[in-house]
Design a protein around this ligand. Structure first.
Ligand code: MLT
Ligand code: MN
Ligand code: ZN
Length: 304
C-alpha cells in the first residue's frame, strides 16, 4: 500500500506566518475564523509503514516529527523512521529542515537534482555545513524523467518530472531557469500500481505534466494562492504568484480548471497564509468542495 503522510501543508512562512496580520493569519490567531494552523511544506511516503522517504525538509521538521509517532519507531537508542530524504527544489521552506537532521547517526541519503545540489553547495551551502555533522550521501536525480528506486524504501518507485517553476531568490540563477531547478515526483507502489503526483511548486502545466496528472490515482498539487495577485490584494507584498513559480487556483487556466474534471483524488497542498481557502466557511473553500477538490491539512494520512 502507498502511504502518504502530510507533515506540512502550508507554503513558505507557514500559517499563521510569524509576522503577518493578513485576514487569514489574524483570523486564525484570534479565532475569528474556524481554521487550523499549518506548518511548512513536506510529506513522507512509505509502502511498509516502517521505512519512510521524507520529501522536502521543512524548517518546521522538529514540530512535525514530534507530532508524527510513525516517524519515531524507537527501535534503538538513536533511531528514526526517515530512511532517506528527497528534495523537489532548493527553496528555504523545503531544505532548511536538513539542518535539524544533523544528528543522524550515519550519512543521510539525499536525493536531488544537479541544480538543487548546486544551490545547496553555493547560495545556501547547507550540504557543505552538514559535512561537519552527519554528512549526506548525494544521489543525483537525473532529469531524464525515468523511473528509479530508493534503497531502503522497498516497494515504491519514483519518476521525476521537470516542471516550470522558479529557483529560490538566493540562487545564483534565480532569473536564469535551468531544467531541474524544480521537479515534481510521481510515486508508485510497485505491488498495487497505485500512484500519487506530488508537486508543491507548479508554475504552469505543459502537456507532459497534464499527461502525468491524468494517469495517477491522487494529486497533491500547488495550492499556494487563489489569485495570481493575492499578495497585492491582501496588502502583504508585490510579487505575483507566477513570479514565484506558482499557478493560482481560480480563473481561466488556473489550477481548478486544470484538475476539476479528473476522476482521481485531488488535494491542494503548499497553501500560502494569504489564501482565503484556509477559512473553511469562505466562498472559495466552498467552490473547491463543489469541485471535489480537497485542502491538505497537517497530519493527513492518505492510503492508496
Ligand atoms: C515559494 O514556494 O515560492 C517559496 O518557498 C517562498 C519562500 O520560501 O519564501
Ligand atoms: Mn515554497
Ligand atoms: Zn498572512
Amino acid at each position: 500500500m502507498l502511504k502518504i503522510l502530510v507533515l506540512g501543508s502550508a507554503a513558505g512562512g507557514g500559517y499563521p506566518q510569524w509576522n503577518c496580520n493578513c485576514e487569514t493569519c489574524s483570523g486564525v490567531r484570534t479565532g475569528r475564523i474556524q481554521s487550523i494552523p499549518r506548518t511548512q511544506s513536506s510529506i513522507a511516503v512509505s509502502s511498509d509503514g516502517l521505512n519512510w522517504l521524507l520529501v522536502n525538509a521543512s524548517p518546521d521538521i522538529g514540530q512535525q516529527l514530534r507530532e508524527q509517532p510513525l516517524l519515531q519507531p524507537a527501535r534503538s537508542l538513536r533511531d528514526t523512521g526517515i530512511t532517506a530524504v528527497m528534495l523537489m527544489d532548493s527553496q528555504i521552506d523545503h531544505t532548511t529542515g536538513l539542518l535539524s537532521l544533523r544528528e543522524h547517526n550515519t550519512r543521510l541519503p539525499l536525493y536531488c537534482t544537479q541544480m538543487v545540489h548546486n544551490d545547496l553547495t553555493s547560495g545556501f551551502p547547507v550540504l557543505n555545513m552538514l559535512e561537519h555533522y552527519c554528512g549526506v550521501d548525494w544521489h543525483k536525480i537525473e532529469i531524464d524523467e525515468s523511473w528509479f528506486t530508493v534503497p531502503g524504501i522497498e516497494g515504491l518507485e519514483f519518476k521525476p518530472l521537470v516542471i516550470d517553476s522558479k529557483a529560490p531568490p538566493y540562487s545564483p540563477h534565480r532569473h536564469d531557469p535551468h531544467p531541474g531547478d524544480n521537479i515534481a515526483i510521481t510515486i508508485r507502489d510497485s505491488g498495487t500500481g497505485k500512484s500519487v503526483f506530488y508537486s508543491p511548486g507548479l508554475g504552469g502545466l505543459q502537456q507532459k505534466t497534464r499527461d502525468v496528472m491524468h494517469s495517477v490515482d491522487c494529486l497533491l498539487v500547488d495550492g499556494t494562492t487563489w489569485t495570481n495577485d493575492e499578495m497585492q490584494t491582501r496588502g502583504v507584498g508585490s510579487k505575483l504568484a507566477s513570479e514565484m513559480g506558482h499557478l493560482a487556483q481560480s480563473g481561466p487556466g488556473g489550477m481548478i480548471e486544470e484538475i476539476k474534471d479528473l476522476s482521481c483524488r485531488k488535494i491542494l497542498i503548499h497553501i500560502n497564509n494569504t489564501n482565503p481557502i484556509l477559512d473553511p466557511n469562505s466562498q472559495q473553500a466552498k467552490t473547491l468542495a463543489a469541485e471535489d477538490i480537497e485542502i491538505a491539512e497537517d497530519g493527513m494520512q492518505i492510503d492508496l
